[in-house]
Design a protein around this ligand. Structure first.
Ligand code: PLP
Length: 385
Protein backbone atom coordinates (compact mmCIF):
# COMPACT_ATOMS: atom_id res chain seq x y z
CA UNK A 1 0.00 0.00 0.00
CA UNK A 2 2.94 2.29 0.62
CA UNK A 3 5.58 1.79 -2.08
CA UNK A 4 8.64 4.06 -1.89
CA UNK A 5 7.26 6.49 -4.38
CA UNK A 6 4.11 7.02 -2.32
CA UNK A 7 6.18 7.54 0.83
CA UNK A 8 8.35 10.01 -1.07
CA UNK A 9 5.33 12.05 -2.06
CA UNK A 10 4.14 11.97 1.56
CA UNK A 11 7.40 13.72 2.55
CA UNK A 12 6.35 16.82 0.66
CA UNK A 13 2.88 17.03 2.20
CA UNK A 14 1.77 18.78 5.35
CA UNK A 15 0.83 16.25 8.02
CA UNK A 16 -1.45 15.02 9.38
CA UNK A 17 -3.70 14.06 6.45
CA UNK A 18 -6.01 11.28 5.41
CA UNK A 19 -4.77 9.10 2.57
CA UNK A 20 -7.14 6.99 0.47
CA UNK A 21 -5.89 4.17 -1.74
CA UNK A 22 -8.56 4.11 -4.42
CA UNK A 23 -7.24 0.82 -5.83
CA UNK A 24 -8.17 -0.85 -2.55
CA UNK A 25 -11.62 0.76 -2.69
CA UNK A 26 -12.16 -0.37 -6.28
CA UNK A 27 -10.96 -3.92 -5.60
CA UNK A 28 -13.34 -4.07 -2.63
CA UNK A 29 -16.26 -2.87 -4.72
CA UNK A 30 -15.46 -5.46 -7.38
CA UNK A 31 -15.80 -8.24 -4.77
CA UNK A 32 -19.12 -6.72 -3.67
CA UNK A 33 -20.28 -6.71 -7.28
CA UNK A 34 -19.23 -10.29 -8.01
CA UNK A 35 -20.67 -11.81 -4.85
CA UNK A 36 -23.54 -9.44 -4.04
CA UNK A 37 -24.82 -7.26 -6.87
CA UNK A 38 -24.51 -10.04 -9.44
CA UNK A 39 -26.74 -12.17 -7.19
CA UNK A 40 -29.45 -9.57 -7.56
CA UNK A 41 -28.84 -7.96 -4.18
CA UNK A 42 -29.21 -4.22 -3.73
CA UNK A 43 -26.24 -2.75 -1.87
CA UNK A 44 -26.51 0.73 -0.41
CA UNK A 45 -23.31 2.46 0.64
CA UNK A 46 -23.66 3.95 4.14
CA UNK A 47 -22.46 7.52 3.67
CA UNK A 48 -21.86 8.08 7.32
CA UNK A 49 -18.71 5.92 7.18
CA UNK A 50 -17.10 8.38 4.75
CA UNK A 51 -18.80 10.98 2.58
CA UNK A 52 -15.90 12.19 0.43
CA UNK A 53 -17.30 12.92 -3.02
CA UNK A 54 -14.59 10.86 -4.74
CA UNK A 55 -15.54 7.85 -2.62
CA UNK A 56 -19.24 8.32 -3.32
CA UNK A 57 -18.73 8.66 -7.04
CA UNK A 58 -16.71 5.45 -7.19
CA UNK A 59 -19.30 3.60 -5.11
CA UNK A 60 -22.07 4.87 -7.37
CA UNK A 61 -20.18 3.83 -10.51
CA UNK A 62 -19.80 0.37 -9.02
CA UNK A 63 -23.59 0.08 -8.86
CA UNK A 64 -24.28 0.81 -5.22
CA UNK A 65 -27.16 2.90 -3.88
CA UNK A 66 -26.92 5.21 -0.86
CA UNK A 67 -27.90 4.81 2.78
CA UNK A 68 -28.24 8.16 4.54
CA UNK A 69 -28.80 9.08 8.18
CA UNK A 70 -29.39 12.84 7.82
CA UNK A 71 -30.76 15.44 5.45
CA UNK A 72 -27.20 16.57 4.82
CA UNK A 73 -26.25 13.09 3.69
CA UNK A 74 -29.25 12.93 1.36
CA UNK A 75 -28.13 16.17 -0.26
CA UNK A 76 -24.56 14.90 -0.50
CA UNK A 77 -25.68 11.65 -2.09
CA UNK A 78 -27.64 13.57 -4.73
CA UNK A 79 -24.64 15.83 -5.32
CA UNK A 80 -22.51 12.74 -5.94
CA UNK A 81 -24.95 11.64 -8.60
CA UNK A 82 -27.01 8.97 -6.85
CA UNK A 83 -30.59 9.11 -8.06
CA UNK A 84 -33.23 9.72 -5.41
CA UNK A 85 -34.67 6.28 -6.18
CA UNK A 86 -31.43 4.77 -4.82
CA UNK A 87 -31.54 6.55 -1.46
CA UNK A 88 -32.68 5.03 1.83
CA UNK A 89 -33.01 7.24 4.90
CA UNK A 90 -32.46 5.75 8.36
CA UNK A 91 -32.08 7.25 11.82
CA UNK A 92 -33.79 7.17 15.18
CA UNK A 93 -34.24 10.96 15.33
CA UNK A 94 -35.19 12.34 11.93
CA UNK A 95 -36.07 16.03 12.25
CA UNK A 96 -39.04 17.58 10.46
CA UNK A 97 -36.67 19.47 8.17
CA UNK A 98 -34.87 16.29 7.22
CA UNK A 99 -38.11 14.46 6.54
CA UNK A 100 -39.20 17.37 4.32
CA UNK A 101 -35.96 17.16 2.32
CA UNK A 102 -36.49 13.43 1.84
CA UNK A 103 -40.12 13.95 0.79
CA UNK A 104 -39.24 16.73 -1.63
CA UNK A 105 -36.52 14.61 -3.22
CA UNK A 106 -38.89 11.63 -3.31
CA UNK A 107 -36.30 9.18 -1.98
CA UNK A 108 -36.65 5.42 -2.30
CA UNK A 109 -37.53 4.64 1.32
CA UNK A 110 -37.66 5.87 4.91
CA UNK A 111 -36.46 3.29 7.41
CA UNK A 112 -38.74 4.11 10.35
CA UNK A 113 -37.78 3.49 13.91
CA UNK A 114 -40.78 4.31 16.13
CA UNK A 115 -44.59 4.52 16.07
CA UNK A 116 -44.44 8.27 16.63
CA UNK A 117 -42.07 8.76 13.71
CA UNK A 118 -44.64 7.07 11.44
CA UNK A 119 -47.28 9.60 12.48
CA UNK A 120 -44.95 12.53 11.86
CA UNK A 121 -43.89 11.33 8.41
CA UNK A 122 -47.52 10.64 7.52
CA UNK A 123 -48.56 14.14 8.58
CA UNK A 124 -45.72 15.86 6.73
CA UNK A 125 -46.32 13.72 3.64
CA UNK A 126 -49.99 14.72 3.75
CA UNK A 127 -49.05 18.40 3.90
CA UNK A 128 -46.83 18.13 0.85
CA UNK A 129 -49.28 15.94 -1.03
CA UNK A 130 -46.78 13.09 -1.31
CA UNK A 131 -46.76 9.43 -0.49
CA UNK A 132 -43.86 8.17 1.59
CA UNK A 133 -42.50 4.68 1.03
CA UNK A 134 -41.43 3.23 4.32
CA UNK A 135 -39.74 0.18 5.79
CA UNK A 136 -40.08 -0.69 9.44
CA UNK A 137 -36.77 -0.93 11.26
CA UNK A 138 -37.35 -3.89 13.53
CA UNK A 139 -35.22 -4.66 16.51
CA UNK A 140 -34.48 -8.39 16.19
CA UNK A 141 -32.87 -8.65 19.64
CA UNK A 142 -29.75 -10.26 18.17
CA UNK A 143 -26.41 -9.81 19.93
CA UNK A 144 -23.89 -8.60 17.37
CA UNK A 145 -21.02 -9.66 19.63
CA UNK A 146 -19.08 -6.45 19.06
CA UNK A 147 -18.05 -3.46 21.19
CA UNK A 148 -21.02 -2.42 23.36
CA UNK A 149 -21.00 1.09 21.94
CA UNK A 150 -21.66 -0.30 18.46
CA UNK A 151 -24.36 -2.90 19.09
CA UNK A 152 -27.71 -1.67 17.90
CA UNK A 153 -29.98 -4.71 17.62
CA UNK A 154 -30.68 -5.50 21.28
CA UNK A 155 -33.91 -4.56 23.05
CA UNK A 156 -31.92 -2.28 25.35
CA UNK A 157 -30.65 -0.23 22.37
CA UNK A 158 -32.48 2.90 21.28
CA UNK A 159 -32.86 1.71 17.68
CA UNK A 160 -35.78 0.14 15.90
CA UNK A 161 -39.26 -1.05 16.79
CA UNK A 162 -39.43 -3.83 19.35
CA UNK A 163 -41.34 -7.00 18.58
CA UNK A 164 -44.00 -6.40 21.23
CA UNK A 165 -44.96 -3.12 19.53
CA UNK A 166 -45.22 -4.61 16.04
CA UNK A 167 -48.93 -5.45 16.08
CA UNK A 168 -49.86 -1.97 17.24
CA UNK A 169 -47.66 -0.45 14.54
CA UNK A 170 -49.19 -2.59 11.78
CA UNK A 171 -52.64 -1.63 12.98
CA UNK A 172 -51.75 2.04 13.06
CA UNK A 173 -50.43 1.84 9.49
CA UNK A 174 -53.92 1.25 8.17
CA UNK A 175 -54.88 4.72 9.43
CA UNK A 176 -51.83 6.46 8.00
CA UNK A 177 -52.94 6.92 4.43
CA UNK A 178 -49.84 8.78 3.20
CA UNK A 179 -47.51 5.92 4.06
CA UNK A 180 -46.85 2.90 1.92
CA UNK A 181 -45.20 0.01 3.73
CA UNK A 182 -42.75 -1.59 1.28
CA UNK A 183 -40.35 -3.46 3.51
CA UNK A 184 -38.64 -4.39 6.72
CA UNK A 185 -35.23 -3.24 7.84
CA UNK A 186 -32.64 -4.41 10.34
CA UNK A 187 -29.21 -3.22 11.40
CA UNK A 188 -27.74 -5.08 14.34
CA UNK A 189 -24.47 -3.27 14.89
CA UNK A 190 -21.08 -2.57 13.43
CA UNK A 191 -17.67 -4.25 13.12
CA UNK A 192 -19.26 -7.70 13.33
CA UNK A 193 -16.58 -10.24 12.57
CA UNK A 194 -18.41 -13.48 13.18
CA UNK A 195 -21.07 -14.92 10.92
CA UNK A 196 -23.30 -16.24 13.73
CA UNK A 197 -25.08 -12.93 14.47
CA UNK A 198 -25.97 -12.63 10.77
CA UNK A 199 -27.32 -16.19 10.77
CA UNK A 200 -29.47 -15.35 13.79
CA UNK A 201 -30.62 -12.21 12.02
CA UNK A 202 -31.74 -14.27 9.00
CA UNK A 203 -33.84 -16.54 11.24
CA UNK A 204 -35.54 -13.50 12.80
CA UNK A 205 -35.98 -11.74 9.46
CA UNK A 206 -37.63 -14.83 7.94
CA UNK A 207 -40.07 -15.10 10.86
CA UNK A 208 -40.99 -11.42 10.77
CA UNK A 209 -41.29 -11.46 6.99
CA UNK A 210 -43.77 -14.37 7.14
CA UNK A 211 -45.67 -12.78 10.01
CA UNK A 212 -46.13 -9.35 8.43
CA UNK A 213 -47.06 -10.82 5.05
CA UNK A 214 -49.62 -13.05 6.78
CA UNK A 215 -51.28 -9.84 7.97
CA UNK A 216 -51.88 -8.84 4.36
CA UNK A 217 -48.92 -6.58 3.68
CA UNK A 218 -46.70 -7.08 0.66
CA UNK A 219 -43.05 -6.49 1.44
CA UNK A 220 -40.82 -5.99 -1.58
CA UNK A 221 -37.78 -4.93 0.45
CA UNK A 222 -35.96 -7.09 2.98
CA UNK A 223 -33.13 -4.89 4.20
CA UNK A 224 -30.59 -6.55 6.49
CA UNK A 225 -28.48 -3.43 7.02
CA UNK A 226 -24.72 -3.41 7.36
CA UNK A 227 -22.23 -4.04 10.10
CA UNK A 228 -19.83 -6.40 8.38
CA UNK A 229 -16.42 -5.99 10.05
CA UNK A 230 -12.89 -5.51 8.77
CA UNK A 231 -9.58 -6.87 10.00
CA UNK A 232 -7.88 -4.06 11.92
CA UNK A 233 -4.93 -6.27 12.90
CA UNK A 234 -3.89 -7.34 9.41
CA UNK A 235 -4.97 -4.74 6.87
CA UNK A 236 -2.38 -5.89 4.32
CA UNK A 237 -3.22 -9.59 4.33
CA UNK A 238 -6.95 -8.89 4.69
CA UNK A 239 -7.49 -5.70 2.78
CA UNK A 240 -10.86 -6.99 1.53
CA UNK A 241 -13.41 -8.63 3.85
CA UNK A 242 -14.75 -12.08 2.96
CA UNK A 243 -17.68 -10.90 0.89
CA UNK A 244 -18.02 -14.30 -0.74
CA UNK A 245 -18.72 -15.93 2.62
CA UNK A 246 -20.88 -13.01 3.74
CA UNK A 247 -23.24 -12.98 0.77
CA UNK A 248 -23.32 -16.79 0.56
CA UNK A 249 -24.50 -16.83 4.17
CA UNK A 250 -27.49 -14.70 3.26
CA UNK A 251 -28.09 -16.65 0.07
CA UNK A 252 -28.31 -19.80 2.16
CA UNK A 253 -30.25 -18.47 5.15
CA UNK A 254 -32.64 -15.78 4.01
CA UNK A 255 -35.94 -16.90 2.51
CA UNK A 256 -37.11 -14.43 -0.10
CA UNK A 257 -40.50 -14.59 -1.71
CA UNK A 258 -40.65 -14.11 -5.47
CA UNK A 259 -41.63 -10.43 -5.21
CA UNK A 260 -38.88 -9.60 -2.71
CA UNK A 261 -35.36 -8.23 -3.05
CA UNK A 262 -32.63 -8.37 -0.47
CA UNK A 263 -30.98 -5.07 0.45
CA UNK A 264 -27.79 -4.31 2.38
CA UNK A 265 -26.28 -1.14 3.80
CA UNK A 266 -22.51 -1.45 3.98
CA UNK A 267 -20.21 1.26 5.27
CA UNK A 268 -17.09 0.16 7.08
CA UNK A 269 -16.51 -2.94 4.96
CA UNK A 270 -16.53 -0.80 1.79
CA UNK A 271 -14.13 1.99 2.70
CA UNK A 272 -12.44 1.05 5.99
CA UNK A 273 -9.29 -0.54 4.63
CA UNK A 274 -8.74 2.04 1.90
CA UNK A 275 -7.93 4.88 4.29
CA UNK A 276 -4.96 5.68 6.52
CA UNK A 277 -4.17 8.62 8.73
CA UNK A 278 -0.67 9.82 7.89
CA UNK A 279 1.11 11.57 10.72
CA UNK A 280 4.61 12.67 11.67
CA UNK A 281 6.54 12.10 14.87
CA UNK A 282 6.92 15.45 16.60
CA UNK A 283 8.81 14.31 19.67
CA UNK A 284 10.02 11.20 21.39
CA UNK A 285 10.08 11.06 25.13
CA UNK A 286 12.03 8.34 26.86
CA UNK A 287 10.80 7.55 30.34
CA UNK A 288 11.88 5.06 32.96
CA UNK A 289 8.78 2.95 32.42
CA UNK A 290 7.51 4.16 29.04
CA UNK A 291 8.71 5.54 25.75
CA UNK A 292 6.35 7.93 24.08
CA UNK A 293 6.15 8.74 20.41
CA UNK A 294 4.22 11.99 20.21
CA UNK A 295 2.72 12.44 16.76
CA UNK A 296 1.04 15.41 15.08
CA UNK A 297 -2.35 13.69 14.69
CA UNK A 298 -4.61 13.30 17.67
CA UNK A 299 -8.05 12.19 18.75
CA UNK A 300 -9.31 15.28 16.94
CA UNK A 301 -8.40 13.60 13.63
CA UNK A 302 -9.17 10.00 14.65
CA UNK A 303 -11.42 9.53 17.66
CA UNK A 304 -12.05 5.79 17.39
CA UNK A 305 -9.35 4.73 19.90
CA UNK A 306 -10.65 7.22 22.50
CA UNK A 307 -14.33 6.54 21.77
CA UNK A 308 -14.45 2.77 21.23
CA UNK A 309 -11.07 1.59 22.52
CA UNK A 310 -10.33 0.74 18.90
CA UNK A 311 -6.89 -0.59 18.07
CA UNK A 312 -5.50 0.51 14.72
CA UNK A 313 -2.38 -1.00 13.25
CA UNK A 314 0.54 1.40 13.13
CA UNK A 315 3.14 1.26 10.34
CA UNK A 316 6.31 3.32 10.48
CA UNK A 317 7.00 4.27 6.87
CA UNK A 318 10.42 5.88 7.20
CA UNK A 319 12.42 3.93 9.79
CA UNK A 320 14.10 0.56 9.49
CA UNK A 321 15.76 0.70 12.90
CA UNK A 322 15.33 -2.19 15.37
CA UNK A 323 12.02 -2.26 17.20
CA UNK A 324 11.31 -0.48 20.43
CA UNK A 325 8.20 -0.36 22.64
CA UNK A 326 6.18 2.86 22.55
CA UNK A 327 2.95 4.47 23.52
CA UNK A 328 1.94 6.35 20.37
CA UNK A 329 0.08 9.44 21.49
CA UNK A 330 -1.36 12.66 20.07
CA UNK A 331 -0.87 16.27 21.13
CA UNK A 332 -4.33 16.86 22.63
CA UNK A 333 -4.74 17.68 26.31
CA UNK A 334 -6.58 14.45 27.16
CA UNK A 335 -5.06 11.22 28.40
CA UNK A 336 -7.43 9.30 26.14
CA UNK A 337 -5.59 10.88 23.21
CA UNK A 338 -3.58 7.67 22.77
CA UNK A 339 -3.51 5.63 19.57
CA UNK A 340 -1.68 2.56 20.90
CA UNK A 341 -0.08 1.55 24.17
CA UNK A 342 3.02 -0.63 24.49
CA UNK A 343 3.36 -1.32 20.81
CA UNK A 344 6.56 -2.59 19.21
CA UNK A 345 7.52 -0.55 16.16
CA UNK A 346 10.84 0.40 14.57
CA UNK A 347 12.59 3.06 16.61
CA UNK A 348 11.40 6.50 15.51
CA UNK A 349 12.96 9.96 15.47
CA UNK A 350 11.45 13.41 15.06
CA UNK A 351 10.14 13.70 11.49
CA UNK A 352 9.49 10.02 10.87
CA UNK A 353 6.25 9.33 9.03
CA UNK A 354 3.67 6.93 10.45
CA UNK A 355 0.56 5.43 8.89
CA UNK A 356 -2.34 4.66 11.21
CA UNK A 357 -4.13 2.00 9.23
CA UNK A 358 -7.75 1.03 8.50
CA UNK A 359 -9.05 4.58 9.01
CA UNK A 360 -11.22 4.91 5.92
CA UNK A 361 -14.47 4.44 7.84
CA UNK A 362 -15.56 6.55 10.83
CA UNK A 363 -12.19 8.33 10.71
CA UNK A 364 -12.22 11.58 8.81
CA UNK A 365 -15.98 11.99 9.19
CA UNK A 366 -15.63 12.15 12.97
CA UNK A 367 -12.84 14.71 13.08
CA UNK A 368 -13.43 17.69 15.32
CA UNK A 369 -11.90 21.08 15.89
CA UNK A 370 -11.39 20.57 19.60
CA UNK A 371 -8.37 22.63 20.71
CA UNK A 372 -9.01 24.72 17.57
CA UNK A 373 -7.04 22.21 15.58
CA UNK A 374 -6.39 23.12 11.95
CA UNK A 375 -8.44 21.49 9.20
CA UNK A 376 -6.62 18.64 7.53
CA UNK A 377 -6.38 17.51 3.92
CA UNK A 378 -7.62 14.37 2.22
CA UNK A 379 -5.21 12.91 -0.31
CA UNK A 380 -6.26 10.32 -2.89
CA UNK A 381 -3.89 7.86 -4.50
CA UNK A 382 -4.95 9.21 -7.91
CA UNK A 383 -3.74 12.69 -6.93
CA UNK A 384 -0.17 11.54 -6.32
CA UNK A 385 0.46 10.95 -10.03
C1 PLP B 1 -24.16 2.89 10.33
C2 PLP B 1 -25.22 2.18 9.63
C3 PLP B 1 -24.92 1.30 8.60
C4 PLP B 1 -23.50 0.97 8.19
O1 PLP B 1 -22.83 0.25 9.16
P1 PLP B 1 -21.38 -0.37 8.88
O2 PLP B 1 -21.04 -1.04 10.15
O3 PLP B 1 -20.47 0.76 8.59
O4 PLP B 1 -21.50 -1.32 7.74
C5 PLP B 1 -25.96 0.69 7.96
N1 PLP B 1 -27.26 0.93 8.30
C6 PLP B 1 -27.58 1.79 9.28
C7 PLP B 1 -29.01 2.01 9.60
C8 PLP B 1 -26.58 2.44 9.98
O5 PLP B 1 -26.91 3.26 10.97
Amino acid sequence: MFPNQVVDSFRGLKTPFYYYDLDVLKATLLEIKIHGIDRGYHIHYALKANYQLQVLEIAKEAGLGADCVSGGEIERALEAGFSSSQIAFAGVGKSDDEIMIALEKDIFCFNCESPQELEVIDALAGKTGKNARIALRLNPNVDADTHHYITTGLNENKFGINEEDLDAVLEKLSELSNLELIGIHFHIGSQIQKFTPFEELCVKANQLNDYIESKGFELSVINVGGGFGINYDHPNENSIPDFKGFFELFDKNIKLKSHQKLHFELGRSVIGQAGSLITKVLYTKEGRTKNFAIVDAGMTELIRPALYQALHRIDVLTSKLPEKTYDVVGPICESSDTFRKDIDIPEVRRGDIIAIRSCGAYGEVMKTQYNLRPKIASVFSDDLG
